[in-house]
Design a protein around this ligand. Structure first.
Ligand SMILES: [Zn+2]
Length: 440
């Protein structure tokens, strides 16, 4: 099959006017000018034919680097809070009203919405891995990352368990079995049992303020063995910085009231606490930082930049522009992190702090805050860069021979000067999507 469009934005070189892509089964096999591709068609090609998209721009399917599909149903349900700790309280109050069937519907609604906005792959932090096998197989590629907290160790028997003491995650401390390694392994088994998963598996200790050193190290060890993705939230809010640096503030008081041991607070930044939990203050030690996809990094001290500069292997970073604006976090240090060589990606975060799952809207919000960055580089943050973060850079994120045929098309507009401009300005539903060579 040949897919023909007015412009093909490959993210693998310059856009091709009058371009075309030859697809065989799930793969892209050839990319170039339509007439050249058509002239080279093998005899059997006529049977498959040509899909002529006309006045459209064909581009790689978009990849969301940070999302919580569990909370799609919380759109508009959390009133704005002045404090991050209060936002966690508010989301907990809403979650207390939800049953497993609500979460399953929420995730399915999230699939549908992400697909409408041209997203073909999602890194999804999943608080309920045990539910996911019940979902019908669907075309999107999801990197299911089991999310854990153990905010108030020691481990409690399940019968004493209450609802998660903090937002957004599954409480390690209140689930059987009781050993952290067994709990993480059980979640991995749940994720491995998902039928026809076209994406991958990851582990997500929630954040340094909700996950213990034991939990971080257990996840890192299991991920290293099975080559899973690792992801976590670091330095998201000023309150997290205040908690770890000064032993004070609303988040400190909230977590203390839950019985969290607060002995890691008072002297360190959130990034330092994360590295200490991994037992890697000695930064020269060769650790698998490249396996980590770190969400946020909004609050960084000068000493943090020294630590980041010293990392032999850099983690990837997921920045969520509209969630960032919603919480009014400190400015995201894009230029500094980019200069240091970090692989920076965009995500939507959950709809508890965002209005929809559109990565086009995330690109526009990013440009509002970082106007000097070329649009092509911004598009890379939802294609090439997240593909690298999930170690799929050899088969996702570009329109290139050998890659998966994950592509979307949007109308080409004559008002804008370039295909990249048309893409970043696109609003509405994406009219054409292909995932793994199949219309989706
Ligand atoms: Zn998140």
């Amino acid at each position: 099959m040949i897919v023909r469009a007015r412009v093909v934005v490959t993210m693998d070189g310059a856009p091709i006017n009058g371009g075309a892509v030859r697809v065989h089964r799930d793969r892209i096999v050839e990319v170039g000018n339509f007439f050249e591709l058509a002239a080279l068609s093998p005899a059997g090609e006529a049977r498959d034919g040509v899909v002529d998209l006309g006045e459209q721009i064909l581009l790689p399917g978009l990849i969301n680097a940070h999302c919580h599909l569990d909370y799609t149903c919380l759109r508009g349900r959390i009133p704005y809070q002045n404090s991050f700790a209060d936002w966690i309280r508010a989301i907990n109050a809403e979650k207390a009203k939800l049953a497993p069937s609500d979460y399953l519907r929420s995730i399915a609604d999230g699939f549908h919405e992400a697909r409408r906005f041209g997203t073909t792959s999602i890194v999804n932090l999943e608080a309920f891995p045990e539910l996911i096998a019940q979902l019908p197989p669907q075309p999107l590629r999801i990197w299911w990352c089991a999310e854990f907290i153990d905010v108030n160790t020691p481990v409690k028997p399940a019968m004493e368990a209450t609802r998660p003491p903090i937002g957004r995650t599954r409480p390690v401390a209140s689930l059987p079995p009781q050993n952290t390694g067994e709990i993480v392994s059980a979640a991995v088994r749940d994720l491995k049992s998902i039928p026809k998963n076209r994406g991958g598996i990851g582990l997500a200790p929630h954040a340094p303020f909700t996950a213990s050193a034991e939990l971080y190290r257990t996840c890192e060890k299991i991920a290293e063995h099975d080559r899973f993705l690792l992801t976590t939230h670091i330095a998201e809010s000023r309150e997290e910085m205040e908690m770890f640096c000064e032993r004070s503030g609303p988040l400190f008081e909230f977590l203390k009231s839950l019985g969290r041991p607060m002995d890691d607070c008072g002297a360190n930044t959130p990034l330092t606490v994360f590295l200490e939990k991994l037992n890697s203050r000695a930064i020269g030690v060769n650790r698998p930082y490249h396996r980590w996809l770190i969400a946020h990094l909004n609050e960084l001290a000068e000493t943090d930049f020294d630590l980041l500069r010293g990392m032999p292997q850099t983690p990837s970073i997921a920045h969520c522009p509209r969630s960032h604006a919603y919480f009014q976090h400190s400015p995201f240090a894009f230029e500094q992190l980019d200069t240091l060589g970090f692989n920076i990606c965009l995500g939507t975060d959950s709809l508890a702090s965002n209005t929809n799952l559109s990565l086009f809207a995330e690109m526009r919000q990013f440009r509002r805050m970082h106007a000097s960055i070329p649009v092509e580089n911004i598009l890379a943050m939802v294609t090439v860069n997240p593909a690298k973060a999930i170690r799929a850079e050899d088969f996702l994120g570009k329109i290139r021979p050998g890659y998966q045929a994950d592509m979307i098309a949007i109308p080409a507009t004559s008002e804008t000067s370039s295909a990249y401009e048309s893409i970043i300005n696109f609003t509405g539903d994406v009219p054409w999507i292909m995932i793994g060579g199949e219309p989706a």
